[in-house]
Write a protein that binds this ligand. Structure first.
Ligand code: 5GP
Ligand code: ZN
Length: 114
């Protein structure tokens, strides 16, 4: 996807503060953090929304969650708690149409979200 910002970050065409990369996903610091820790765990594969997931993506989705939990432990926020969010389409506020798991923590998070 040539016009996708996360594909461009994946391919090194746009810079980002990467904190993790493996054969299935990468994790970067969000450019506009909403909490002291705000990471994005992003599959290398371009998948526009959760609605586009298929059964073939089951292991990948699990891997995104396990990676998020590992990064939360590394950041020292695992025990206090954190939030994992994957926004889908307009009403949820999705702005980048390449799925990504937000990892938010480091402060108490309001619930329900605004
Ligand atoms: P969404 O609104 O789609 O759930 O989340 C998109 C997230 O990507 C936002 O939190 C936004 O700050 C972040 N973002 C958008 N463009 C960039 C970018 O170029 N670099 C980084 N690091 N984050 C970005
Ligand atoms: Zn993409």
């Amino acid at each position: 996807m040539s016009d996708c910002i996360f594909c461009k970050i994946r391919d090194g065409q746009v810079p980002a503060r990467a904190v993790h990369r493996d054969e299935q996903c990468m994790a970067i610091e969000d450019i506009n953090p909403q909490a002291p820790t705000h990471l994005l765990v992003i599959p290398l594969e371009h998948i526009p929304t959760v609605n586009d997931l298929t059964v073939d993506h089951r292991a990948l989705v699990g891997h995104l969650y396990l990676t998020a939990a590992k990064l939360a432990r590394q950041r020292g926020i695992a025990d206090n708690g954190y939030r994992l969010v994957m926004n889908t389409h307009r009403d949820a506020g999705q702005t980048v149409f390449h799925i990504h798991l937000h990892v938010l923590g480091g402060r108490p998070l309001e619930w329900p979200p605004g």
